[in-house]
Structures are given as structure tokens and as C-alpha cells.
Design a protein around this ligand. Structure first.
Ligand code: SF4
Length: 354
């Protein structure tokens, strides 16, 4: 088994995909701490991953586990406390001023709440074109690009171009937000719970648009969600996060078919299943999530884990590669049943990825 290296020196085994060429985004040992009163809360603890062009990595876990803090630290909003973030080989944590602004243009963010993410005083065409205007693109070119990008996300500029956010549905607002992000031609798109606030009936439409855009533009996408069933459908690989740490990474299908970490198993068991005959073990996610201000020693999941032993309290389990392209942080990982039938997961409106 190969441990994920704690430093960037020398060859490292890093949770990454294999089928998409060189990584566009390389994150190493990312740490984000926030001051809370007189103490420090470590929201992100030594997180490492890669994303390649045209690949979607899902970052999943319960609320407050550090998913959004990770996404924002990648975007340098705010800058991480420690660690490395490289965009196409360029170290972002060392940039400032105009060079940092340019790097941020190449990485865009889609927010959870599409309505509040749009300026209520601006028309749709102004919202979508604002970023281009700021970087000096001529007005006629801005208008042409805005019209084309709105069309790509299924909106007609002649109908909604002069409307404001409050005159749009939630789904239309999220399409506008996607158009605003993609008109800047980013290489990386961070989607932070992009469908969580939308009606189930339109979640699938938005997911399909994101999937189309990923394919069309070869985006490297970080898809943050608390919902493993949504992530399963849209992502090539899944990284599961618990209390600031990644505890398992692997291909989507394999992760849902045979989770190897006890927390991933619990997350899968906690989502609604299509198959009413499927066994659901309610014990696994019993108990409170520990405070990130005072995380447990050893394995952070041990207080909720049915397999915990004394060693789990003494030694933090490193993230190790237990099979090709499969990383798990657990002293006693679950066996791979070797079964061919996937765990049934609620399927959203979009088709599951092969
Ligand atoms: S290291 Fe121990 S406590 Fe942590 S998930 Fe594995 S078995 Fe459970």
C-alpha cells in the first residue's frame, strides 16, 4: 500500500484520475484555519487531490466537514493557511495583485444559492458580461459572447436579457450563474452545492447543463455536495471528507459499489435507496459529529465507527492506496465484496455516468 505523502518532495501517490491526462489542478497538504475567539478551528486538514481536464471530482460529506472551505481555499478566497495549489503547474499561493486576479479568472465558482449570488440591481446580460467588461473586452464582443453563452445554457437573451434576478426562477438564476462563470472560459469550475436549493424537478436539468459544459469545454470540475446520490451521478471520482480530512477517494462506480471506509458506507446507507429490499444500517451515523475545535485523537471518525479499536484512538490512519486508484484512511477498511451489482443509489434526473 502506498501512503499519500505529507510533503510535495519526491514522488507521491496522490488521489487522482488516470484517464484524463495531466492534472489541471493539483492540491497538496491544504490546510485552512480560522480564528474562533482565542482558539483556532482547522476546517481543512492536509487535504490533497488532483483534477484533470474534462474530469469531475465530487467532494462529499456532512454539513460542516470542510468541503466548502476546501473549495474556497483552492480559489484563494481566502488564501489557505498552508499547502500548495497549482493551476496548470502555476503555484497560486505565491501570487498576488494582477497575477492572482488573472488566476482567479481561470477558476470560477458556482454558488449554492443562485438568487443571492446575482446582483439584484443588474440585468441578466450585464451580470453575465460583467467579468468580460472588467478585463477590457470590447462591448460588441461582450454582447455576442453573452448571447451565445446564455443560449448554451438554454436561455434566450431576447427574452430574459433585460430581466433581473427576482424576475427569474431558481433554475433560471442558476443557469445565469453558470453562464456568468463559463463566459470567462475557466479551466477549473468549483460547484458548491449547485443544486441543493433547487426543486428536485429542475436539479436534473442543471446537472445536465453542467455535464454538457464539462464535456464541451474540457473543464476540470470540483463538485461539492452533501448528497452522495447527486455526486454519484455526475462525478468521475468521489472524495469523501470527514471533519476536515479526506477519508476515501476512488472512482464513482467503485465507491458506491464497494465502499472501503466505514464513513463512506454510512453515507451510502443514509441516502434513500431505490431498492426497498436493500439493507440500511441506521447505527452507523448515530452520534454527534465532534467539534472541529477539539477533534478526537487518532481517527476522527472513531466515536461513530462500529469497527473502532484501541489502535484507532492512538494512531491517525494515513490515506493509503489499497488498490489501483483507490485511497482509504482506515486501520481496518471494509473488505471489497467483489460483487458486480452496485449499491442502489437514488438516481437524480440526470443519467448515471458510465
Ligand atoms: S480507523 Fe478505526 S475508527 Fe477509523 S474508520 Fe477505521 S476502523 Fe473506524
Amino acid at each position: 500500500m502506498t501512503a499519500v505523502a505529507a510533503t510535495t518532495a519526491g514522488p507521491v501517490a496522490t488521489p487522482s484520475g488516470e484517464q484524463h491526462g495531466e492534472p489541471v489542478l493539483e492540491v497538496r497538504n491544504l490546510v485552512q484555519r480560522f480564528k474562533v475567539g482565542r482558539r483556532y478551528l482547522e476546517a481543512v486538514s492536509s487535504v490533497s487531490f488532483d483534477i484533470r481536464a474534462g474530469e469531475t471530482l465530487g467532494l462529499v460529506g456532512e454539513s460542516g466537514c470542510g468541503k466548502s472551505s476546501t473549495g474556497r481555499a483552492v480559489l484563494q478566497m481566502p488564501r489557505p493557511t498552508a499547502g500548495s495549489v497549482r493551476l496548470a503547474g502555476q503555484e497560486l499561493t505565491e501570487l498576488s495583485g494582477e497575477r492572482l486576479k488573472e488566476a482567479r479568472r481561470r477558476m470560477q465558482l458556482i454558488f449554492q444559492d443562485p438568487v443571492s449570488s446575482l446582483n439584484p440591481r443588474r440585468q441578466v446580460r450585464e451580470i453575465v458580461g460583467e467579468g468580460l467588461s472588467i478585463v477590457g473586452v470590447p462591448k460588441a464582443e461582450v454582447e455576442a459572447k453573452v448571447e451565445a453563452m446564455l443560449a448554451l445554457v438554454g436561455l434566450d437573451v431576447s427574452i430574459i436579457g433585460k430581466r433581473r434576478a427576482h424576475q427569474l426562477s431558481g433554475g433560471q438564476c442558476q443557469r445565469v450563474a453558470i453562464a456568468r462563470a463559463l463566459v470567462m472560459q475557466p479551466e477549473v469550475l468549483v460547484c458548491d452545492e449547485p443544486v441543493a436549493s433547487l426543486d428536485v424537478s429542475i436539479q436534473g436539468q442543471v446537472l445536465n447543463i453542467l455535464e454538457d459544459m464539462r464535456q464541451q469545454f474540457g473543464l476540470a470540475m470540483l463538485f461539492i455536495s452533501h448528497d452522495l446520490s447527486v455526486v454519484h451521478n455526475i462525478c468521475d471520482r468521489i472524495a469523501v471528507m470527514y471533519l476536515g480530512q479526506i477519508v476515501e477517494v476512488g472512482p464513482s462506480v467503485a465507491m458506491t459499489r464497494s465502499p472501503r471506509h466505514h464513513y463512506t458506507r454510512a453515507l451510502l446507507d443514509s441516502v434513500a435507496v431505490v431498492d426497498p429490499e436493500a439493507e440500511v444500517d441506521d447505527r452507523l451515523l448515530a452520534g454527534e459529529i465532534p467539534s472541529p475545535l477539539d477533534p478526537p485523537s487518532g481517527c476522527r471518525f472513531r466515536g461513530r465507527c462500529p469497527r473502532a479499536e484501541a489502535r484507532c484512538a492512538d494512531e491517525p490512519p494515513p490515506l493509503v492506496e489499497i488498490e489501483a486508484n483507490r485511497f482509504v484512511a482506515c486501520h481496518f477498511p471494509l473488505d471489497d465484496p467483489g460483487g458486480s451489482s452496485p449499491v442502489p443509489v437514488t438516481i437524480g434526473a440526470s443519467a448515471p455516468r458510465a
